[in-house]
Design a protein around this ligand. Structure first.
Ligand code: SF4
Ligand code: SF4
Length: 422
């Protein structure tokens, strides 16, 4: 697909601005009504989902002209999909897909962002999205006796992810996950130095070719190792393996589960017992790439019939974020004795982004922090002591924002809560 394939969608945008906010029916108060961090921060239509579509329409009609201002708009977007689900509450049209394609076109024509180039160079050289990563990818696993899934058959392959593998502050999540899986008696293994970046973040940044290279490399390795079920604790990794690999017909019949789905299953089957009390009031943050963007890909083939509004034959089924992973993390939290869950105003497909996605953390850390601070404030308004998420990138961005804001809200990944309960 290319931006040209979405001409009908960009032409359908009626500039109603519904993509800026969560649907009116879901709004609980004016302070938590925005869906799009970019428009909330920059307050000019071009920075909204609809504004980006209008720019794309103009470019398609009059040719692509890349100014600094245009690139500022393109790269100050978390690719969080809030605009997409809000628009689709009423409309049958794609919003995020053309935004992805626009960014891909920028990269393909050499209009990149230097901060994102640096991350991609790290991916090309070291197979990781953590620039300057030192040491071995699986150094965190030393002494834990974890099987090498590329050398022996296992029931479950644990894909650790770049941040959890290399960032010393977040390796604790890999260790907690391994400890929990062992406790539940799961036959699992990791790829050690054969694990490589899923490529999902490269795709979000617009580097489609780099994403495809990573996807092919990973699927070759997994097929060779005979992996049938892959579990990951990273929301970006989950979305890449589950949705993007499927979109590009690379996933095959690989079963992809987020750790929260797998833990909910183990708890239901009685294989994982959470006995220890964890006295904590928490609120749960739905990561965009696990929630609305984690919804399975829907393949559509048919005819696109142009007219005043184009129609699809057979009718196209739209992904509206409804079938993302929302209940399993909540079920896991509710299974932990002593944990009380309070919900924020914007949840599930209408959750506010943590701010780290789409390369914004690298290209505009101030905007990433601002977005996280908004979410921290929303979490605090529930009265909870802690915000719990299910993605290391969210946890890191929240921690960075808290460090500066002086908030005393605690931040956890869900596996840290489960680890406390076993
Ligand atoms: S993208 Fe959708 S919600 Fe936004 S202005 Fe266009 S039609 Fe309205
Ligand atoms: S993807 Fe997110 S940040 Fe970008 S326009 Fe849509 S809602 Fe705004």
């Amino acid at each position: 697909m290319a931006i040209e394939d979405y001409r009908g969608d960009v032409e359908m945008c009626c500039r109603c601005s519904a993509c800026k906010h969560i649907p009116l029916q879901m709004v609980k108060g004016v302070e938590h009504s925005y869906a799009c961090p970019s428009i909330a921060r920059y307050n000019f239509h071009a920075y909204s989902g609809g504004g980006r579509l209008l720019i794309a329409k103009e470019m398609l009609n009059s040719g692509f002209k890349y100014t600094d201002k245009l690139l500022d708009i393109v790269y100050n977007c978390q690719m969080c999909g809030g605009c997409d689900t809000s628009c689709k509450y009423a409309m049958d049209m794609e919003v995020l897909e053309p935004i992805y394609e626009f960014r891909i076109r920028c990269v393909e024509t050499g209009h990149t962002n230097p901060a994102l180039d640096k991350v991609i160079n790290s991916l090309r050289k070291q197979g990781t999205m953590v620039p300057g990563a030192k040491g071995k990818r699986a150094a965190w696993a030393q002494g834990m006796g974890i099987k090498d899934a590329t050398k022996e058959k296992v029931d479950v392959y644990y894909h650790v992810g770049c941040l959890t593998s290399y960032d010393k502050d977040y390796q604790k999540l890999a260790r907690a996950t391994a400890k929990i899986l062992k406790k539940a008696g799961v036959d699992f293994g990791i790829g050690y130095e054969n694990e490589s970046c899923c490529g999902g973040r490269a795709f979000q940044m617009g580097y489609k070719d780099d994403f495809l290279k990573q996807a092919k490399k990973n699927m070759d390795m997994l097929k060779k190792a005979g992996v049938k079920t892959l579990v990951t604790g990273c929301a970006d990794g989950y979305q890449a393996f589950k949705v993007l690999y499927d979109k590009y017909n690379l996933k095959g019949d690989l079963e992809v589960l987020h750790i929260t789905e797998y833990l909910a299953r183990l708890i239901k089957e009685g294989k994982l017992k959470l006995n220890k009390k964890v006295n904590l009031t928490v609120t749960y943050h739905d990561p965009c790439y696990l929630g609305r963007l984690g919804e399975p890909w829907i393949h559509w083939q048919g005819k696109k019939i142009p007219g005043y509004k184009f129609v699809f034959d057979p009718p196209k089924v739209y992904r509206r974020g409804t079938y993302g992973v929302y209940e399993p993390p909540r079920e896991v939290l509710k299974s932990v004795p002593g944990v009380k869950l309070f919900e924020m105003d914007r949840i599930k497909e209408y959750a506010w982004c943590c701010g780290a996605g789409g390369g914004v953390n690298e290209s505009n850390p101030e905007f990433a922090k601002w977005t996280a601070t908004e979410r921290i404030e929303e979490a605090e308004s529930t009265g909870a002591e802690a915000i719990v998420t299910a993605c290391p990138w969210c946890e890191k961005n929240f921690n960075q924002a808290i460090k500066e804001s002086g908030s005393d809200l605690k931040v956890y990944d869900i596996v840290e809560i489960v680890e406390k309960a076993i």
